[in-house]
Design a protein around this ligand. Structure first.
Ligand code: AP5
Ligand code: MG
Length: 192
């Protein structure tokens, strides 16, 4: 089973992915985490992308496509991936379809976490105190949200055409969302 977890910045994608990983023995593929690792390790790629990430824009499709293919192509991850933060535009969604086909896989469900702008701001400012993520200022968070609305939200229509999208209320408590997501995953045929 492959899952996409989708939603605006601070919606809880990472938090819920960790829960799904441990309950269903999947692997989290967070493009944001992979990109931040490059920055932390001061790689050539990290140097190229840090200013883009801190402007709240998306890094280029080519860069993320390489990271994604490295992951999808490994047999241990086959049909066990939760995509967190990818795809984020229509081009990436089409590219993901091509890669999944190439490695004989598909997406089974797209979980969309819905949260208000007010909640997003609160969560991101709270996280800033704990994790010190460079892009967690209010100003960059607003920019990330704008990028999400303009570029990423249309991806939902792409997956709605094949009826894969399930909307989850991201305003509830972490454990209430855990339960709602489990209920949705458990309905996927042929999985349990
Ligand atoms: P990315 O790392 O994906 O960031 P994001 O989408 O902005 O999302 P966040 O990680 O901020 O939030 P989240 O939804 O994971 O929430 P979390 O669980 O942490 O991307 C960062 C940047 O990388 C992008 O802006 C872009 O530049 C680049 N990038 C990444 N992917 C790319 C791609 N595919 N293409 C191009 N560029 C890409 O929760 C947030 C906080 O709230 C936490 O503190 C958590 O503890 C708390 N919380 C979570 N759930 C709840 C709850 N239910 N109640 C109360 N608190 C909660
Ligand atoms: Mg995240």
């Amino acid at each position: 089973m492959n899952i996409i977890i989708f939603g605006p910045p601070g919606a809880g994608k990472g938090t819920q992915s960790k829960f799904i990983v441990s309950k269903y023995r999947l692997y989290q593929l967070s493009t944001g985490d992979l990109l931040r690792n490059e920055i932390k390790n001061k790689t050539q790629l990290g140097l190229e992308i840090s200013s883009i990430i801190n402007s709240g824009e998306l890094v280029s499709d080519g860069i993320v496509s390489n990271l994604i293919e490295n992951f999808i192509s490994k047999s241990i991850y086959q049909n066990k991936i939760i995509f967190d933060g990818y795809p984020r535009n229509i081009n990436q969604a089409k590219n993901l379809d091509i890669l999944l086909k190439k490695y004989n896989q598909k997406i089974d469900i797209v979980l969309k976490l819905s949260v208000s702008m007010e909640t997003i701001k609160k969560r991101i400012l709270e996280r800033k105190k704990q994790e010190k993520r460079a892009d967690d200022s209010e100003e960059i968070a607003v920019k990330r949200y704008e990028t999400y609305e303009k570029t990423s939200e249309p991806v939902l229509n792409y997956y709605n055409k094949s009826n894969l999208v399930k909307v989850v209320n991201g305003e509830s408590t972490i454990s209430e969302i855990n339960s709602e997501i489990s209920g949705l995953i458990d309905t996927i045929k042929g999985w349990l």
